[in-house]
Design a protein around this ligand. Structure first.
Ligand SMILES: Cc1ncc(COP(=O)(O)O)c(C=O)c1O
Length: 456
């Protein structure tokens, strides 16, 4: 059919009511939460764009698959189905289930890192960085320079800077146990990585004898961008593109809460037998027996079905278009966002929207909190609070202060997105009224989750 309108490729079988609150109620809820939206009760949120992680709606096929879950402690049928689906998709020999992505990261990095090691990546996600730093190793971000300029249009802003990677391998190669690339690049705006760039990483890894791992949380969204934007891929299926991406690497960490279309789960998949054996031993210590790894049999079923659904063309076309639709509205109204739109989220450039709030007074938190109070929308700061704290306790603002509005998969309709866009445009029009914040409590690592603030 040649109609222009891209519709949600599903109809709704079960609905969940939204909670409407007054501005005064939201103001009180935010104060009680220490001005940190992570500490709100979700029932006080109208449209929850905090994260796309684990917040998606499962399909009727996934709910059906739950009933097929085999809850045997060892050797469950659901594990073997899950293993087969992951192997068919990635081609990796060893498939190790974990309760979510960070558990796969923890197990991989604890297995292979020693103090002083360096892990290059385009941009490490916060849990990836934390799991590297906790081993006294360095998480080195090497995204291309274009990836650091929010307004700059580039088809693959998530690409890693191959020259910078080569310099790292040349100078610090002895300390690099593996190279990682995050697809899509969440911390850099949900931006995709091209196949050409992944091929370049493979070549360098071969030249310097290094394993290459993907942080594959949003592999299907990345595959769709490659199909849309990279010459030669327009006729390939997303599944074939994904397989080619995985085929260039030696392993991956995965949060099934994103492109697994599941509410919980993840895995580590890899070819290295020795690493896999050590990882499984650690898995038993902290996650569980290798055929369930912290998950129920029904979770393994839901993930297996989700991994099959996520590469469907109708789904990916709708998914990427709905994010772009949101972005188009904000761009038309002059709201500064990372362009072009990423796959799973809109990233507002809070630092440039609120130049009167210095980075150390957290412009991202000011915007997040205003969006909540004005419209009941929950978003998240990706900036100085998330990344600014240094090892020695000092604060240095990162390259950008962003506010991310992540779009849960298959949850909100076009009118929800229209409402969210209207709310962002309204808050942006009142930007001069927004004030900065002071942090009154902040833990040493991953402080954005639990820190507390006071308005200045
Ligand atoms: C790129 C990336 N890597 C890793 C993770 C961690 O996954 P999880 O939240 O399942 O632990 C996330 C989660 O948002 C992510 O976006």
């Amino acid at each position: 059919m040649n109609f222009r309108t891209i519709i949600e490729p599903f109809r709704i079988k079960s609905v969940e009511p939204l909670a409407f609150t007054t501005r005064e109620q939201r103001q009180a809820a935010l104060e009680a939460a220490g001005h940190n939206v992570f500490l709100l009760h979700a029932s006080d949120v109208l449209i929850d764009l905090l994260t796309d992680s684990g917040t998606g709606a499962m399909s009727s096929a996934q709910w059906g698959a739950l009933m097929q879950g085999d809850e045997s402690y060892a050797g469950s049928r659901s594990f073997y189905r899950f293993e087969q689906v992951v192997r068919d998709l990635t081609g990796y020999r060893h498939v190790i289930p974990t309760h979510q992505g960070r558990a796969a990261e923890r197990i991989l990095f604890h297995t292979i890192l020693v103090p002083g090691d360096v892990v290059p990546n385009n941009n490490h996600f916060d849990t990836t960085r934390a799991n590297i730093e906790v081993e006294d190793a360095e998480a080195r971000d090497l995204v291309i320079p274009e990836g650091r300029v929010p307004s700059l249009i580039h088809p693959f802003k998530g690409n890693i800077d191959l020259e910078a990677l080569e310099r790292t391998l040349e100078h610090d190669g002895g300390r690099v146990p593996l190279v990682m690339v995050t697809v899509t690049n969440n911390s850099g705006g949900g931006q995709p990585v091209s196949m050409e760039n992944l091929r370049g990483v493979r070549r360098l890894c071969d030249r310097y004898g290094k394993p290459f791992f993907l942080d594959a949380c949003r592999f299907a969204e990345n595959a769709w961008f490659i199909r849309q934007r990279e010459p030669g891929y327009g006729e390939h299926t997303p599944r074939d593109i994904a397989r080619e991406m995985f085929g260039l690497a030696d392993g991956c960490t995965m949060s099934a809460k994103k492109d697994g279309l599941a509410n919980i789960g993840g895995f580590l998949a890899l070819n290295n037998d020795e690493w896999a054996e050590r990882a499984r031993n650690l898995l038993i210590l902290t996650e569980g027996f290798p055929t369930y790894g912290g998950l129920a049999g029904y979770d393994l079923e839901a993930i297996a079905t989700g991994l099959e659904e996520v590469v469907e063309e109708a789904y990916l076309r709708y998914r990427i278009r709905s994010t772009e639709y949101f972005a188009d509205k904000l761009v038309s109204a002059g709201v500064p966002i990372i362009q072009p739109a990423g796959g799973h989220a809109i990233y507002i450039d809070a630092r440039s929207l609120l130049p009167h709030i210095p980075p150390l007074e957290y412009p991202g938190i000011a915007l997040v909190n205003a969006l909540y109070v004005e419209a009941g929308i929950r978003s998240v700061e990706i900036g100085t609070v998330m990344f600014g704290r240094q090892h020695d306790g000092t604060e240095v603002p990162p390259a950008m202060d962003l506010v991310r509005l992540a779009i849960p998969r298959r949850v909100y309709t076009q009118s929800h997105i229209d409402y969210a866009a209207e709310a962002v445009i309204h808050v942006a029009s009142q930007k001069d009224r927004l004030r900065g914040y002071r942090m009154t409590y902040g833990p040493a690592v991953l402080r954005h989750f639990t820190s507390r603030f006071e308005p200045r």
